[in-house]
Every structure is written in structure tokens, then in C-alpha cells.
Design a protein. Sequence first.
Length: 286
Amino acid sequence: MRIIRSPHPKIMTRIATLVAFFVLCYSSIQAQANVKYINGTYDGQHDANGQRTGFANAILDDGSTYKGNWEANMRNGQGEATFPNGDRYVGEWKNDQRNGKGKYFFKNGDIYTGDFEADIMNGQGVYRFANGDEYTGSVTNGQVTGIGMCLYANGETYQGTLLNGKRTGQGTYTYRDGKVYEGLFSEDIKIGKGTMTFPNGDKYVGDFTNNKRTGQGTYYYANGDIYEGQFTNGLMDGAGKFKWADGDVFIGTWKANKRQGAGKLISKDGGESVKQYSAGIEIASN
């Protein structure tokens, strides 16, 4: 007669524990189901209380889709969404909003990678524009606003403050030809105090208006000449003093880079003479 032995008590205890564990898991996360909710259709996991929890695919009534994690009936964790306008977002979610690190693909080809808060771009990020421009820095309330670095497709760069995507405030702009402007901007326009350094060694320090040297300023030539006075649209225009590198000085008025009207010429040895000019040509002297 064959004797059938009962399993060891410790083995029976382990088996009971495993069974209880699997029963608990099954009861806490129910099988996937395609369910219609008030805001769309959900195809994924639910918890024991029937709440959308776990991984799922969803089609929302606004035309957007979502594939990713849910918790307590809301998108939470990592997920990907597409929107009716053609935009797409891949990243972190919190309580049904884009929140944390993510990447946003715009229909027009722009791409933003960085921080999100309360469903909008907010924090630090990199914004690559479809035209090849790239911005790295602060983003505020969905706008390129704050301190950052712009690398333009044409090879030029800007480092400084921006407001709503435009250079506004203090910054440094470097041109392809080697010119460097450091100073104030307003909506991409050089305006106020600034310094322009030229690749040939010339330098201008003074006022700018509408991107041009206009107002009071000093122009330092690479050869040692210096003009100090008024400018209009980038030209010496108005009262000013020109000092040549050899020591001679002219004090008078200028028009479009040429001496105009009465002026005093002071030689390096101290001699003085008053002269009259018209369009840069001397017409009288005493």
C-alpha cells in the first residue's frame, strides 16, 4: 500500500502566503477595460475602487489622446499626449497637468525641452525653433522671458535678458562679422547706453536709438583718433571734438561726418585758428 505524506507545515505556510499575495494584487489592480467617462474613453487599468490607476490609453473628448500613467483618475507620472492642433507632449504629469520635465513638439516644427509647471512652460529649458535658432535659459509663463543664451541660425549670438521672446534689457550681441554690442535693448532694438566694438579695433561708447549711434557718444579709432560729441544715425552730427592721434584737435560742428560751419583748430604745439567749413571743405580762416 502506498502511503501519501502531507506537505511540510512550513511549505504549506509559504504557499498560503503567495496565494494571498496574488489575490491581493488581483483585487487591487483589475483587468484592463475600455470604459467611457464624461471626458473621454479610457482603455487601461483600474484600482479596487474603480479609479483609473496604472498604465492606459485614452481618447479625450477635446480630441487629444494620452498614453501613459494614471493615478486617482488623473494623469500622473510619465505620459505622452497629442493635441488636436497637431502639437505633442512627452514627459511628466501631475494631477492632469504637464508638470516637471518634458518635451513639447509644436506643429510648426519648434521644440521645447525643459521644465513645466501647472500645464505651461515654466523654469529652465531649451527652445529650438524651426528656423534653426536656439534659446537656452529661463522660460516664464510659457514665454521666453528671463536670462538666457540665443544661438541664431545665421551664426550670430545673444546673451542677456529677454521678454516675451525679444531682447529687452541688458545683453551682449555678437555679429558674424566680428562686431560686438554690449548694452541695452528694447524689443530687439538697441536703445540707450551701449558699447559697439568693431573687428578692426574701432570702438564706440555712447547712446543708441533704433539700432544706430544717435545722441552723445565717443568713437575711438584703432589708429588713435578720437571723436567725442553728437551722433545721428551712426554719423558724427552736431557739436563735437575730434582729436587726431598726432595731437591736433578740432572743436566745432559736424554734419554727416563732415565739418560744417565755424570751428576751432588747435595744433599739437598750441596754436589756434578759427575756420569756416562747408560739407567738410574749408572756406574761410582767420
